[in-house]
Design a protein around this ligand. Structure first.
Ligand code: SAJ
Length: 420
């Protein structure tokens, strides 16, 4: 059976690009989001999120009549659920958006439909979702009861695209396809082959769920190693950037880069799903999270120490000192400030420092609300010319391009190794 109409539930960073790519391949795509602003924006052919190359794909799909958005689901042949899975205060996963999405599509499901969960999820979520759907639709046969020929096919297929490169990676990356049964995997692979150039690698739903969590935990643990090295090197008066460069010359060593902490919506969240389900076993994964989460506070301590040295050397009072933070984004060369450790450091400094607080962020036009009244957005040139203490937080290319030998200020904290 072919897929004529597709529905994507959740039109955020994953759902919107996925919907647009299916539509660009000539499929009829109905996007569903609970946010009426997002729906209205998309239906005008515009986008409400920031991602390179997404705008024109959405615009073309909407103009050609292949893609429209609405706030409630209607019938389709395949449903892809890409809603948020945050964690609650105690790091326990919050599956309420998945449940709400599942219950919203249940009334419109029909025999032969495929339901795919793409949201990063704890192990067992797909089975749980299948139970929610089965409870809501006792008239249909689900894979947990009828493995070979269910009425509804269900699979877990995690996204693994890198923000900033989503449009390319969505098409090129291999895809892990975790069907609840082999028949479900086969059906889901058929769907992704509509646009996928990478391979569809089939497994079961639990392994696919764990695979996504494993990928991001692997990266978190490796960044934590680099961050821990930066603390040790500061104690030992060793340049951590030089150390890593040297160690990485070993053919089997590949250390990542330290920074002000780990941000974004995935790597700082997903490992907690493993920890929450396996508190006894997941010791290293938990510790990595703690190391990375503690880094912004360590950076603040470095700034305090640098300011103290500056005051002694200059004879000025703290209230006369200007501190300039370079960068707010959660990683280089993007304008995404959400869950950014650089933002956290800038806030910690601005709340603590009694003098003037400046921020340089070439990727934004105004400061986010969290910093309004605490700091001022200024130009790179003014910061370099007039600030007393410089704090490098994000290695944007614009900052890397500065000739560090021309920087006059001796009072610097460089969390990214830009001013070496
Ligand atoms: N970071 C460092 N040092 C490094 C590398 C990264 O401090 O050497 C920091 C970044 O500055 C940033 C954070 O880690 O604050 C995360 O950035 P990232 O580029 O490592 O990852 P994300 O969050 O943009 O995307 C990740 C990717 N996962 C992996 O690489 C395993 C992406 O493929 C996933 O699809 C995405 O999470 C997701 O949605 O889960």
């Amino acid at each position: 059976m072919s897929f004529n109409i597709l529905s994507v539930i959740g039109l955020g960073y994953i759902g919107l690009p996925t919907a647009a790519i299916f539509a660009s391949r000539g499929k009829q795509v109905i996007g569903v989001d609970v946010n009426p602003h997002a729906v209205a924006t998309i239906n005008r052919g515009e986008i409400h999120i920031v991602e390179p190359d997404l705008d024109h794909v959405v615009q073309t799909a909407v103009q050609q009549g292949n893609f429209s958005a609405r706030t409630t689901p209607v019938a389709a042949d395949a449903f892809l659920i890409a809603v948020p899975t945050p964690f609650m205060g105690d790091h326990q996963p919050d599956l309420s958006y998945v449940k709400a999405a599942a219950l919203s599509i249940a009334p419109v499901l029909k025999k032969g439909d495929l339901v795919i969960l793409e949201s990063t999820s704890p192990v067992g979520t797909t089975e749980q979702m299948a139970d929610w759907l089965a409870d809501a639709r006792p008239d249909l046969r689900f894979p947990q009861h009828e493995a070979e020929q269910p009425d509804i096919f269900i699979a877990y297929c995690p996204e693994r695209v890198l923000p900033g490169h989503i449009m390319a990676e969505l098409i090129k990356n291999d895809r892990v396809i975790g069907g609840m049964t082999p028949a479900c995997s086969a059906r889901a692979s058929e769907l992704y082959r509509i646009f996928l150039e990478g391979a569809c690698v089939e497994t079961n739903a639990r392994t696919a769920e764990m695979c996504k969590l494993t990928e991001n935990s692997f990266r978190d643990v490796n960044i934590a190693f680099a961050n821990e090295l930066s603390l040790i090197c500061a104690e030992q008066q060793i340049n951590v950037w030089e150390l890593i460069r040297l160690a990485n010359r070993h053919p089997r060593v590949n250390i990542l880069q330290p920074g002000p902490g780990v941000g974004g919506h995935c790597i700082a969240v997903d490992p907690w799903f493993i920890v929450a389900q396996n508190p006894q076993q997941a010791r290293l994964i938990r510790t990595a999270r703690e190391v990375n989460d503690a880094k912004p506070h360590w950076v603040l301590d470095q700034v305090k120490q640098t300011l103290a040295d500056c005051l002694i050397a200059s004879g000025k009072r703290a209230s006369d000192i200007t501190i300039a933070c370079f960068g707010l984004a959660f990683k280089p060369n993007i304008d995404d400030l959400r869950e950014s450790p650089a933002m956290e450091v800038a806030q910690l400094i601005a709340r603590w420092h009694s003098g003037t607080n400046w921020v340089v962020e070439p990727h934004v036009k105004s400061l986010p609300q969290k910093l309004t009244g605490l700091a001022t957005l200024i130009s790179l040139e003014q910061a370099l010319a007039e600030a007393d203490v410089l704090v490098m937080l994000v290695d944007h290319q614009a900052f890397r391009d500065i000739d560090s030998t021309a920087i006059a200020q001796p009072w610097r904290v460089d969390t990214r190794g830009v001013w070496q």
